[in-house]
Ligand binder design. Sequence first.
Ligand code: GTP
Length: 455
Amino acid sequence: FSVKSVASSSSPSAVAAEQASQGLSRIGLLSQVSGVLGCQWGDEGKGKLVDILAKHFDIVARCQGGANAGHTIYNAEGKKFSLHLVPSGILNEETVCVIGNGVVVHLPGLFEEIDGLEYNGVSCKGRILVSDRAHLLFDFHQVVDGLREAELANSFIGTTKRGIGPCYSSKVIRNGIRICDLRHMDTFPQKLNFLLSDAALRFQGFKYSPDMLKEEVEKYKRFAERLEPFIADTVHVVNESIAQKKKILVEGGQATMLDVDFGTYPFVTSSSPSAGGICTGLGIAPRILGDLVGVVKAYTTRVGSGPFPTEILGKDGGLLRFAGQEFGTTTGRPRRCGWLDVVALKYCCQINGFSSLNLTKLDVLSDLPEIQLGVLYKHTNGTPVKSFPGDLRVLEQLKVEYEVLPGWQCDISKVRNYSDLPKAAREYVERIEELVGIPIHYIGVGPGRDALIYK
Ligand code: GTP
């Protein structure tokens, strides 16, 4: 990247003070129940915004997904934390973190995360509440995830193999086991036996023996004891807190384009990372929901298979991948990279009704001489595609029309005031706002907590 730097015009302390006051008034205006949701195919950098907003909220809650989310955040000393199940509010001492009923919980993973946080001086006791209604994700769900992907051969989904899909399947066909079932160890073995036998019947490669059940039951007896202080009726806790005028921030995992209903099915996750998932995954009434901030990367990335209309193939995609360090937090897999897809973004905004957007990783585009925006989809016969297609065949065959904007070709990572951004960077931001019709209130120019411009 070019070393030419755009310095802020004011002194560093004046900039910090101005940034803090702009930021505080922005954040202070967010509603009592607000949410941060991903607009693309995940990995937009939601964790950083949640971490910044968290100290202005009493509760940070996860409503869907599981350990397939991978949020990377840094504490005030710049220490890196990778979170998968624990909400990103955990680094703010005053914040209570809720894992809602819509989340699927892998207890070995959750305890590993808690141990890691506590080892690094982050206290978790009394600060993490796990819904008694949430479903347990067992190791066998992960094995089944791998077996399903292997069965699909060339048509594999590209899941994280964390067992999320199989666990939601158990939930939906109504033989899942919930956190509250850990309180009934008399019936727990029978329920688990049913689940494991079912998997053994379905998958030849799944080896199941009575010893395996015995071992698993013993393990879960110990887990049940350790989890007890964390278990809560979070529907009650969240709604009581709302009644007491406490502020709740909902942290979405994955993103709308991976939504099981609205995403590029079947190349999606098994939950609802869109606005609706907040209501079903936490028990919050729709009319109580306030501001939703959509997090969108200044370009697009996608992990795994599935259509990606604005994908940049070959060497240029690789350049963006290295500039943006686009490798999965959970799996380390390289992400596919492409231009910002405004058609998909508008569709996502329509579904979620965002009040504002957070444009992240603008700094990653800094070296490019020109930047493209995918603004229109066209059928192969040249006619415009009217809405974001549900039919994958249409999506795979369509052509994208691009607008080309000039790049700024200088380092913007130290900029903290919007007016100090180069003109071309501001034009890029404003063109996106114009096309989408939603204001961009936050602009990410680096991974750190302070690398944020309030617009
Ligand atoms: P998922 O829920 O798994 O989709 O994760 P996420 O949306 O929270 O994304 P993740 O934490 O994986 O963020 C992606 C990466 O981008 C992390 O390493 C962040 O530190 C980094 N990041 C976030 N914002 C910015 C930014 O503005 N600029 C740069 N350069 N990096 C950023």
